[in-house]
Write a protein that binds this ligand. Structure first.
Ligand code: NAP
Length: 455
């Protein structure tokens, strides 16, 4: 055991990573934290997932900035796990490693036609309009009149809403210019959201649902027949504030007469895609009407034999994210998370692997809002600190420094000061246009901004 501060690597710089770093840096005694991030930019989904018309949600980045300025914190962007640095390297360099890498892929529908051109995952669209540098080459054909969004979670609402925003609503946001133009020029007049279960089972939250009724350029359309609750659903919402409020909001939507706005957002319950159809590209979605069956606590959807095809030019599949296994670490395939107990990564026998932890979506699955990660990451750090106090961490007095290892390997990390330069340039570009920032959205532009030409 050594007297030096605990040295911890946090992999991933989204909310879970920053909340974990915060808990470590404010521990008694404080730990040292190196945060490792594949992209040249921090903040994970706060920068690249949260809808750009939700600037208040992005404000949490100010708290992350304060964390980053605490003594003992270093940021290493542009460092990819598995390429620049491996898990084994990290266990050599640090007393403990916390993986906070999120859920890097999306759930599949598992229906024919899912991979037709024009069938996209919400993840791709969200990353594209948010300026993620890996997604800027995508070409979304929004010329068709109807878009279908599959899923009834907040991401589905984000996608439906973004497709419906007017240029005036998009103008003060940090949506990429390309996405603003594409949405403004799109031929989409109707956005149909498909929920496989009923309104009482919808995963979205009430404030986000309400927003769909407040769009300048789109009417909201809900069929009152979709809102008739079966006995099990009616019983299930008693004491469930979110579901009860959702139903109230939906009932109010169902009373509205369309105001003749340019676009309509249609919420359709108890329907699920059975195929995405089209010759060479998406032409429609074949759906089946479902009925609900109560199976213990769970109210599930069961297909009826009523089917129909909704013509559509583009489909966005928004049926949840999924964690991706990390090389050399045990993975829980059923949950799509690292195998873990409260954030301690476990081996196949269920025993904790000394010094290896996880936080956020790769720990608990892709649920909850940004703030959920605070409690989640703090729990992980508490276990880590308990393990440290009990001498269960593999601590040695001699550890090499990540900066030195990366330098030897020809790595080119983007440090926190470099990111601050990117941040400054983006904000300066946004300021005269009344926007929070204009994002740099290619690797070249980001790295060039991080390494200003000295001449
Ligand atoms: P989610 O909340 O888990 O919703 C996934 C939706 O997909 C559910 O409605 C689910 O229906 C449906 N689904 C799953 N498999 C399906 C299938 N095979 N066919 C048809 N529908 C299917 O996931 P999410 O929307 O990706 O959001 C992830 C997390 O981020 C959530 O916790 C969300 O609240 C959060 N988030 C928050 C905000 C915000 O606060 N503004 C914004 C975006 C995301 P079933 O219920 O029937 O399975």
């Amino acid at each position: 055991m050594s007297d030096r501060p605990l040295r911890v690597a946090v992999v991933g710089s989204g909310p879970a990573g920053f909340y974990a770093a915060s808990a470590l840096l404010t521990a008694d005694p404080p730990a040292e934290v190196d945060m490792i991030e594949r992209l040249p930019t921090p903040w994970g989904l706060v920068r690249l997932g949260v809808a750009p018309d939700h600037p208040k949600l992005k404000d949490v980045s100010r708290a992350f900035e304060r964390v980053a300025h605490r003594p003992g914190f270093r940021f290493f962007g542009n460092v990819e796990l598995g390429t620049s640095i491996t898990h084994d390297d990290l266990t050599q360099l640090y007393d403990a490693v916390i993986y906070a890498v999120g859920a890097q892929t999306d759930n599949r529908l598992g229906v024919p036609g899912e991979d037709l051109p024009g069938s996209w995952s919400a993840t791709q669209f969200v990353a594209w309009y948010n300026g993620h540098p890996d997604f800027q080459d995508l070409e979304f054909d929004l010329s068709g009149e109807r878009a279908v969004v599959v899923g009834a979670g907040n991401v589905a609402l984000d996608v439906a809403r973004m497709l419906a925003l007017t240029p005036e609503e998009l103008a003060p946001t940090d949506t990429t210019d390309r996405a603003i133009d594409a949405i403004a020029d799109s031929g989409i007049r109707e956005i149909v959201l498909l929920a496989r279960r009923g309104p009482a089972q919808a995963a979205f939250t009430t404030p986000e649902l309400k927003e769909l009724g407040e769009l300048a350029g789109a009417d909201i359309v809900v069929d009152p027949a979709d809102l008739e609750l079966d006995d099990a659903s009616a019983a299930s919402i008693v004491g469930n504030t979110n579901a009860t409020r959702n139903i109230e909001v939906l009932r109010e939507f169902a009373t509205r007469e369309p105001a003749g706005k340019l676009r309509r957002v249609v919420l359709h319950f108890l329907v699920a895609p059975v195929a995405i159809v089209g010759e060479d590209a998406v032409e429609g979605v074949e759906i089946v009407h479902n009925e609900l069956v109560a199976e213990g606590e769970r109210i599930s959807a069961r297909a009826t034999d009523r089917r129909e095809t909704i013509p559509a030019g583009v489909v966005f599949r928004s049926v949840g994210y999924r964690g991706v296994a990390l090389p050399g670490l045990p993975f829980d395939q059923a949950r799509g998370t690292l195998l873990n107990g409260g954030g301690r990564v476990l081996d196949e026998s269920g025993a904790p692997i000394a010094g290896v932890y996880c936080a956020g979506w790769i720990k608990r699955g892709p649920t909850g809002v940004i703030g959920t990660n605070k409690k989640d990451a703090t729990e992980t750090v508490q276990l880590l600190l308990e393990d440290a106090a009990a001498g269960r961490l593999p601590r040695t007095s001699e550890r090499r420094d990540l900066a030195q290892v990366l330098a030897e390997r020809g790595g080119d990390p983007v440090l926190y000061a470099d990111w601050e330069e990117i941040n400054r340039i983006e904000k300066a570009a946004g300021e005269p246009r009344g926007r929070p920032r204009v994002k740099l959205c290619s690797w070249e532009a980001l790295l060039a901004a991080a390494r200003p030409d000295p001449s």
